[in-house]
Design a protein around this ligand. Sequence first.
Ligand SMILES: *Cc1c(COP(=O)(O)O)cnc(C)c1O
Length: 496
Amino acid sequence: MEILYRSTRGNGETVTASQAILQGLSPDGGLFVPTQIPKFTKSLRELSQLSYQELAYQVMSSFLTDLTPEELKSCIQKAYDSKFDTPAIAPLTEKGGAHYLELFHGSTIAFKDMALSILPHLMTVSAKKNHEERKIVILTATSGDTGKAAMAGFADVPGTRIIVFYPKHGVSPIQEKQMVTQKGSNTHVVGITGNFDDAQTAVKKMFHDTELAAELSKAGYLFSSANSINIGRLVPQIVYYVYAYATLLREGKIQEGEKINVVVPTGNFGNILAAYYGKQMGLPLEKLICASNDNKVLYDFFTTGTYDKNRDFILTTSPSMDILISSNLERLIYKIAGDDPEKCRGFMEALTAKGTYTITPDMKEQLADFYGDFATEGETAQTIARLFRDTGYMIDPHTAVAATVYEKYKAKTGDDRTTVIASTASPYKFTRSVLCALDQKYDSMTDFGLVDALNGLTGVAVPKAIEEIRTAPTLHDRVVDAVDMPKAVKDILGIA
Ligand SMILES: *Cc1c(COP(=O)(O)O)cnc(C)c1O
């Protein structure tokens, strides 16, 4: 069955999967959604016998139908290899009454690796398929994590260049070190003297600059984006929910067909949307529990039906969830609006104009799959400390937001069915926050002192991603003003 993609704000026109991956965002400003959700062609029992890579093929081939089996298999092989520090790729660990799905075993120890390891390969295959001869130039503004994960994915992938802009004084020392030591002759990192918003705004401007696009095209380059609205990032994320279910079944922890809950620490709504698509494919999921930090726009949305971004932006210890506009929610809005692009556009235009919109009671009724709650900073720290004290298992602050919300959910509903918590980052990425959750005395230590302290406390080996930046040489030292970003791009690409 062929799956096509259409825009959440379009006129019904469809594109193929490879075209959707290459374009990222639809020209009308909407997001690409599949015209239908494919069903599993194998039983859950059969799926439970497959390796991560085989399962990835089963899931992804049913969505990306214009890729040949050889093309897709080659992408999967290149992505899910020894870059991951375990052959399981996404192992499950049972602690404190829940199953933690560890999505941080890739090259930058955060869950974005799951999709960004394969996106570059999907893009180059898609370019070839559509006779796109130009080199793909990925432009990204980052507040710390996405830029590194994108560079690690694109490093040395033929036919691509990647340029990452980060606020010179707005990322953590470890994050900066991770970026400026990035290897790969096609990777470029530029610090800017402004903040993240300045970088983000300038990148968006470059994407819409037709003059710049023409200059680039003449030199053989095409801009593209690796951000989480690309369907090529969403589809690979469905895989690990199926894999989690398959693992529980294989290990005899559940019966075939038994429903489980998933809890997802949510920011841009990409990860949890992947679980929702998994459910529609036929995965027996009961509740999709959406966990927010103090930036609880989504909790408010699920409880009231009103999305309202007019509020203070709160900096938390789970920075990758500090988001007031959850871009991928648009795909859910489109669905519950009855696949109606006009209706969807109306809500999104209201969001841009007024910062808020309210869905109809009809639409709200269709949100029964979801349950939203949030965790405060204090609760998150307490959860880290309690789980470590009780089980010796250390989780990062994003995962701890999810674990906190899960405890609240159980207390409120009494539902104690088997539950998977998406564990989205290694605690080694947030050493200061996790150790200070145990004891404030750690706050006086240096960054690498904290790494060693965490290692001493948990006995968990220091991940390669951290170990290698201790001594790695700085390879990127370019710093520019935000206004000079287009000049930096041309300079890097050798365009006069
Ligand atoms: C990006 C990110 C999230 C949020 O995921 P979304 O798909 O944006 O909802 C959660 N935790 C970590 C560690 C992340 O990097």
